[in-house]
Unconditional design. Sequence first.
Length: 340
Amino acid sequence: MDAPAIEVRGITKTFPPRPRRFVELLRGKPRPPPVEALRGVDLDVPRGELFGLLGPNGAGKTTLVKILATLLLPTAGVARVAGLDVARHEKEVRRLVGVVLGGDRGLYWRLTARENLRYFAQLYGMPLRRARERSDEVLGAVGLLDRGDDRVEAYSKGMKQRLHVARGLLTDPEILLLDEPTIGLDPHGARDVRALVRGLVDDEGRTVVLTTHYLGEADALSDRVGILHRGRLVTVAPPSELKARHAARGVVVVRVRGGDDLEKRLAAVAGVERVLAGAADADGTREFRLAGAVADADLAEVAAEATRGGAHLLGLRRDEPSLEDVFVELTGEGLGEGEG
């Protein structure tokens, strides 16, 4: 039987404390403690799966991806890619894995897309003729073949991100590690990248590990998701199963325009365990998701609290838990943006 695409057993990663600044030394400030980015993570990802890795800032997502990509060594534990130990067989692992870290780095903006890809292909040791062929193949795969001779500095964010994916595909990897592939993209660019990523699994049979801050994206794309919190993997399951586990608790959704201290007042209603507050729209409308066991008899109190202080109640309904509701319940916090 083939080994899983990824096996992780007891992986820990501890970073040494940063040096104290001169001012901190003068003030006698104690040296900060080491940073435990990962604490005994166990994980299996079978071949041909799109696995979503979620977690708040600092949870350890990027650290785990870098270990699997052989860019970092674990402090303890074992990580295997296609049965190969990442610490002992880094060269072989690198032939099997494509890495997409994205962002503004990793591309030469004054070069064209083709020139970027041919350069990186030759760094991988690819013969020049094959580098040219493969560059056009991956440009076609990500929908940039007709823009291949344009300088990258003229690309939109979405096009740059697709070019990052093309770079990750240059060596025709079995496994693709994508770290925040849609962060900062507009809805159209994000949709294109998501469709591309899902197609890599469904149409080409690749294994994809995707870290993301967008829970709707993880819900829509992932076969399974894992939630990292403070360096520990707290759960692994299909999104539908995670939501089903928490369905009995229920969610009450309140839409309100205006008003002050609504989050605090709604949190005081009987049965409410947690309030997830959405951002305000241009007209001041906000949506609050109340998690917990709110009885029908307590809905009147919810409505009363939502109309105090000049607020206008626009809607009140029960809803099924979303992946975001599950995430907040398991971690006690929402997702921010930045490296995890």
